[in-house]
Design a protein around this ligand. Structure first.
Ligand SMILES: [Zn+2]
Length: 221
C-alpha cells in the first residue's frame, strides 16, 4: 500500500517512470527513508495486493485529515460567504478499457458493437477563491452497486452521498457547488433536508419552466 501511495509523491506521469526513479540509487534511499520500503514491488504485485481491498478501508484517513485541519485552524482560511465552507462536487472518469472489466463496471455500448467499461467517481473538494490549495473529502464511487444489474450514474451517486451525509458531523455550514447535472428537484430537496446550502448551475435548456418564470418576472418588474 505504501508503494502505491508513494506514486503520488514523485508526481511522475507514468507508473513506469515512477518505478525507474525509485530504483535509482537516490530513489531507493527515498523509498526506504520516506516509506520504509526495502524492496520496490512491481506494479503487478501492487495490483495483486490492492485489488481485494475495498476503498472504504482507507476512507478513514479523510476524517483524520479533516480533524487535523480543524484543530490547526487551517480550515478558517477557507471560510467564505458568511463563514461557509464551499464544497465543489464533480464527477470524473478514472478508469476506462475496452477489454479489462469487473462486475462493478459501467458500460458504454458503441454502434460498431464494441463496449467500453469504465469507472467514475464524485470528488467533493473544499475550495475558496483566495486559496491555491483545495481539500479533498471522501469520494463517492460511481459503479454498479452490489446485487444491481442497472448501471450507476452521477445522479444516483450524489443521492447516496447526500444520504450518507459525510459532511454532517463536521459541525460547519456548507454550501455545495455543482454543475447543471445537480440542479434537479430531487437532489436540491435532499440537499436542503440534509442541511446544506447550494449553488448549482441551471441551464436554460434543462430548466425551461424556471426560465419562463424568470422571463415573466423580468417583464413585469
Ligand atoms: Zn470495473
Amino acid at each position: 500500500m505504501l508503494a502505491a501511495f508513494s506514486v503520488f509523491f514523485t508526481q511522475c506521469p507514468s507508473f513506469l517512470e515512477h518505478q525507474n526513479l525509485m530504483k535509482k540509487k537516490r530513489g531507493k534511499d527515498n523509498a526506504f527513508s520516506l516509506f520504509g520500503l526495502k524492496k520496490i514491488p512491481s506494479d503487478n504485485q501492487i495490483r495483486t495486493l490492492l485489488d481485494p481491498i475495498p476503498a472504504t478501508r482507507v476512507l478513514g484517513s479523510f476524517k483524520t485529515v479533516w480533524k487535523w485541519l480543524t484543530e490547526n485552524k487551517i480550515l478558517n482560511h477557507f471560510k467564505y460567504l458568511d463563514e461557509q465552507i464551499l464544497l465543489a462536487l464533480d464527477g470524473t472518469e478514472y478508469y476506462s478499457s475496452k477489454k479489462i472489466n469487473c462486475p462493478h463496471c459501467n458500460c458504454r455500448h458503441h454502434r460498431n458493437g464494441t463496449t467500453t467499461y469504465y469507472h467514475q467517481v464524485i470528488t467533493p473538494v473544499i475550495v475558496a477563491p483566495d486559496q491555491k490549495q483545495v481539500i479533498n473529502l471522501e469520494p463517492e464511487f460511481i459503479r454498479k452497486q452490489d446485487g444491481k444489474t442497472k448501471q450507476d450514474c452521477e445522479n444516483a451517486a450524489i443521492k447516496r452521498w447526500l444520504l450518507r451525509n459525510p459532511a454532517a458531523e463536521k459541525n460547519q455550514e456548507i454550501t455545495l457547488l455543482g454543475d447543471d447535472l445537480y440542479s434537479r428537484q430531487p437532489i436540491c430537496e435532499l440537499a436542503i433536508e440534509q442541511g446544506y446550502n447550494f449553488i448549482f448551475v441551471a441551464l436554460a435548456s434543462s430548466h425551461k419552466s424556471l426560465y419562463e418564470w424568470l422571463e415573466f418576472l423580468e417583464k413585469n418588474r
